[in-house]
Write a protein that binds this ligand. Structure first.
Ligand code: AMP
Ligand code: TRP
Length: 330
């Protein structure tokens, strides 16, 4: 099911605590991919500063995301885990790419349009140029595949366009990376199951990787089970919870039984919800404990990131030097 022997790169913004959606939708797959592939995972702090943020909090957010990655199973012996701003080649290549990017390409990006209208008071050129930096993040490492969620596929398409543009202007150099679409469950909000689980709706919509067992029990107890939201092919709250149980539990017989009950409308949520809460707790408990342990030794996490930076830089510096030579800047 997972590709073998490929170069893989992905990134995540340090924008706060990770939730079950991030774990099932991204991180869990990254952990699987690293078994048979050469993986690069980067914490994209330079992307995170394109929207208003608190500078004093950023280092802690980066550290916590690194702890989340490591706790979830990203193994620095197998994968290169690094912070984007530690490798200045990303910014330098992004500038070079600026000069071959048609403005129109940037202006039509869906994420730019969304974020620019969301942050009207703080529109900045970084928000517009965001995909150029992402293209640099990717192309520096010559990946075959880029695992991203659906909302980022347009940016990977853009990256392919830039690679082609570079090749046709300065000579064949980059190979075009492809989106790696894992079959991932879309985890829906606990309180508004018509929407994706996202921390922007508030903490009670999400289960965070750092949530204590008691918090998880309370959040699941309050989860909406029916919103009549099956219109437009949307899933109901009950279906969302059942799907979560299906991914998290290995008890096949129980899963079948609950599914049958759901289909005939006889699922008793008062009995099912505690089962789900315990399945979530059992899955997340080792991650939460490991995360706490790592955060109690921040120096060790920082050391891992610096060693990742060193490995990343070797490759990034070579690509940048090749690019500059082709652009007449060597
Ligand atoms: P974000 O924090 O929204 O940038 O997401 C980081 C990663 O987690 C991306 O690869 C998303 O596709 C994935 N992700 C975020 N929310 C969900 C969700 N509710 N269900 C599944 N995957 C998600
Ligand atoms: N833009 C991506 C997001 O918001 C994060 C990201 C930055 C990324 N650089 C990347 C993802 C390179 C994959 C590859 O989720």
């Amino acid at each position: 099911m997972f590709p073998k022997g490929k170069v893989i790169l992905s990134g995540m913004q340090p924008s706060g605590a990770l939730h079950l959606g991030n774990w099932l939708g991204a991180l869990k797959n990254w952990v699987n991919l690293q078994q048979d592939n050469h993986c690069f995972f980067t914490i994209v702090d330079l992307h995170a500063i394109t929207i208003p943020y608190e500078p004093k909090e950023l280092p802690q957010r980066v550290l916590e995301l690194a702890a989340d990655f490591l706790a979830a199973g990203i193994d620095p012996e197998k994968s290169v885990l690094f912070v984007q701003s530690h490798v200045p080649e990303h910014v330098e290549l992004a500038w070079l790419f600026n000069t071959i990017t048609p403005l129109g390409e940037l202006e039509r990006m869906t994420q730019f349009k969304d974020k620019a209208s969301e942050h009207r008071e703080a529109q900045n050129a970084g928000l517009l140029n965001y995909p150029i930096l992402m293209a640099a993040d990717i192309l520096l490492y010559h990946p075959d595949l880029v695992p991203v969620g659906e909302d980022q596929t347009q940016h990977v398409e853009f990256t392919r366009t830039l690679a082609r543009k570079f090749n046709s202007t300065f000579g064949e150099y980059f190979t075009e990376p492809k989106v790696y679409e894992a079959q991932v469950p879309r985890v829906m909000s606990l309180l508004e199951p018509a929407k994706k689980m996202s921390k922007s709706y508030g903490p009670n919509h999400c289960i965070f990787l750092s949530d204590e067992p008691e918090t998880i029990r309370k959040k699941i107890a309050k989860a909406v089970t029916d919103d009549g939201g099956t219109a437009d092919g949307r899933i109901s709250g009950g279906r969302n919870l059942l799907q979560l149980f299906k991914v998290l539990s290995d008890d096949k017989a129980l899963k079948q039984q609950l599914d049958d009950q759901y289909r005939v409308g006889e699922l008793k949520y008062s009995e099912f919800k505690p089962l789900l809460a315990e399945a979530i707790i059992k899955t997340l408990e080792p991650i939460r404990k490991k995360r706490q342990e790592l955060l109690s030794k921040p120096k060790q996490v920082e050391k891992t990131l610096l060693s990742g930076r060193d490995s990343a830089r070797v490759i990034a510096a070579k690509t940048l030097s090749d690019v500059k030579e082709r652009m007449g800047l060597a």
